[in-house]
Ligand binder design. Structure first.
Ligand code: TXA
Ligand code: MG
Length: 315
């Protein structure tokens, strides 16, 4: 493949999906759109395919990966579900929720996926391209976000190509991702549950799905996922948060009334802001100005997940 100028970029259609499934069966890497961000997929039952993910991303250590499966049934073959996990799956799958659950013994999942942990992160995605790949390949697919480690996550095929280049064999182009930030990660605990990573499904939605606080339910809200490094999603320049005015050497990402060089959502819509977040950070990274400033975003609903990512982008 020497001399190739970039990855094999294909619009999603039946031919491209069949080719992508072949690629995955052969142990290659395919970037695929999901409803959250683009994922860098590899077969989760192959040690060498999973090692290729870590290599392509340049992950400094072996952070465990999320495994994507087509159904609750497929998920239950890999992990142990309790009543709460089943309720969460019923409420939010297919969709942007990842459950961290005890790993069953003797599954086909290669140990590098879980980085040796006794638990596994599982998700049934909603995006038709990812769903089709799962069906056609018949494989569980490990898929972290399709960007170099620590960089801004990709919400378009172009973001993937510019971050990973030839490190990915094929990129399926399904347009811009709808939610725009990574799935909410939840771990049921002996007593209650924890959000390991805030995301499109809010704490209030999770509370509503698995019962009132009278169940002894608690949510620490603490970030415990080992991949939740302080510095992440970084545009490669210093980032100033809470900016309400423009400064000369800054690229300002606005929100609501704070006008910027670009805007997360001029009308102050948080879902739109989440969907545009990484695209705005990519714009800031590509701009000639040496600094990035970002307007305040309210810590409400999905705003919690947006601010989580912004704090890491600024760290
Ligand atoms: O929306 C998403 O979840 C995207 C799309 C592609 O599906 N995927 C994604 O994967 O964000 P990744 O690898 O970038 O994030 C995986 C996160 C990390 O924070 C990792 O630490 C956590 O999941 N994780 C994975 N397995 C875990 C486990 N057994 N226990 C706790 N955290 C785990
Ligand atoms: Mg990531």
């Amino acid at each position: 493949m020497s001399g190739k100028s970039g990855p094999d970029l294909r619009l999603v259609d039946a031919t491209a999906l069949a080719a992508a499934a072949d690629c995955l069966r052969g142990g290659s890497l395919v970037a695929v759109p999901t409803e959250t961000v683009y994922g860098l997929a590899a077969r989760a039952d192959s040690e060498s395919a999973v090692a290729a993910i870590y290599r392509a991303k340049g992950r400094p250590d072996f952070n465990p990966l999320i495994v994507h499966v087509p159904s609750l049934e497929a998920a239950e073959a890999i992990a142990l579900f309790d009543d709460r996990a089943r309720k969460l799956a019923a409420a939010f799958w297919p969709g942007p929720l990842t459950l961290v659950l005890p790993l069953r013994e003797g599954t086909e999942i290669t140990p590098a996926v879980t980085a040796g942990l006794p638990t596994i992160a599982l998700r049934v995605p909603a995006h038709p391209a990812m769903r089709a790949l799962l069906e056609i390949s018949g494989l569980p697919l490990a898929a972290p976000s399709a960007n170099r480690s620590g960089g801004v996550s990709p919400t378009t095929a172009g973001h993937v190509a510019s971050s990973l280049g030839n490190r990915v064999d094929m990129v399926l182009d399904g347009g811009a991702c709808e939610a725009g930030i990574e799935s909410t990660i939840v771990a049921p605990r002996d007593f209650g549950w924890s959000i390991l990573r805030p995301g499109p499904i809010t704490e209030a939605q999770i509370s509503a799905a698995i019962g009132a606080a009278g169940d002894g339910m608690t949510s620490t809200g603490r970030i415990e996922a080992p991949g939740q490094l302080a510095s992440h999603y970084a545009p490669g320049k210093p980032v100033r948060l809470g900016a309400v005015e423009r400064r000369d050497d800054e690229f300002l990402i606005g929100f609501g009334p704070v006008e910027g060089h670009t805007n997360l959502s001029a009308t102050g819509d948080l879902a739109e802001a989440a969907a545009r977040l990484y695209a705005c950070l990519h714009l800031a990274a590509a701009d000639a100005r040496p600094l990035v400033a970002i307007a305040p975003v309210p810590e409400v609903g999905i705003g919690a997940a947006i601010n989580d990512r912004l704090r890491r982008a600024a760290a």
